[in-house]
Design a protein around this ligand. Sequence first.
Ligand SMILES: [Cu+2]
Length: 482
Amino acid sequence: MNRNEFLKRMGLGTVAFAAGPSLLTSCMDHGMNGEAPTIKDGEFKTALKIPVTINATSSLSAQVGRDTLAAAGEVAVLGYGGGLLGPTIRVQKNQNVNLNFTNELTEHTNIHWHGLVIPAAMDGHPDHMVMPNKSFNFQFAVNQQAGTNWYHPHLHGLTGKQVTEGLAGLFIIESDEEKALNLPSGVHEIPLIIQDKRLNANGTIKYNPAMTEVMTGFMGDTILVNGTHKPFLEVGTRFYRFRVLNGSTARIYNLALSNGADFYVIGSDGGILPQPERVKTLMLGSGERADILIDFSDVAVGKMVYLMNEEFSGMGDAQGKQTYKIMSFDVNRSENEDFMLPASLIPFTKLSGASQTRPFKLTMSMGHSKAGMHKINGKVFDAARIDQSVSFGATEIWEFDNSTGDEAHPMHVHGVQFQVVARTGGRNTILPQEKGWKDTVLLAPKEKVQVIMKFEQKGKFVVHCHNLEHEDDGMMLNFEVV
Ligand SMILES: [Cu+2]
């Protein structure tokens, strides 16, 4: 059964519906359709917050902090440093990371290093929990290319809640190759963690997905960038580098500039592209990142350019129906440019010689309870079950098949960076932001996507949908590299 058929049945008020009155009440509370709530327009009057930066040998605590999210003023939030979100961890390629992590929450948590190719014991598998008042020492070597990775909790059934309440941060890898490109840096290199929240009347973050929202994803009406509602950033008339993360649980963003200007994608999830890709729009699903360059040199001092979400279609019927502003770039000074956009960036060797193609069929079917509607190869997640066994050192193609689905699924593989080989059906193309190293790939309804990767870490990892409501619903499998 697909989502539309499911909703039709829900709409008929089927008395025999097995989940009972609590589910029906819950659906009435939230509306039946699970559609993305409307984002309200308004003034962009709060300076963009920039997370602090820490290095490879630091400590990190998950804690209850306080932050100002919107008009209600300061409220309790989760984070890794006193406010919403966490510091940006900035390391060099080939550096050893030694981070002592403490859980100061009253519930268990852990950290998954999203995008890092590190040993299974350090990856933050849902099995690896850090209980309240306990610590864990993360030690691993960073041997991969420069890129914009991130960290967040990864617990079966609790990931969406903890990420929404504030637990996430960036993990940036730098390299000498990248430095040689002389990309905009310092105050000209800005992280943008884009998230949507739903707030209670007292201003605190609400996370209570109804059953329809487990299907569509839980979306908010309040867009935050680095935890800032309706932010502005003052910029000079020159190129800026933005490291963009879609840190929402489910909302897809189709980024564009309000002045209709082109911008340049220079990096994908896990690395720099071989050459800049000139675009007008850039779509990012949950968990995806893009490194982009925006040139403000043609904008008159005193003008504003908005980062927009542009209306889109083809990603299921719950999303994309609205164009709205995400943040404002206030051009407030003329600045001399010392940056020239290079014709080529970091060379990219294509993986080949896959020993097999492994199918992952994505489906949705109504279960007997609220959990377990989203399946991969007909299965919901079972922590104790190993679903796929992969030979250490093997190169494989994994094929995600959403050809019968009517929801979007950003599929994420732990323990690897992959390359997108093909997309058939739907958009039928490899997008500019997919022409480099990736760990998360967005499948629209009707699409099949093939990715190729080499397995260079042994142990038990997961592959899952990064729509965090789908993931918590069980759209995740274990694989073991042996
Ligand atoms: Cu999904």
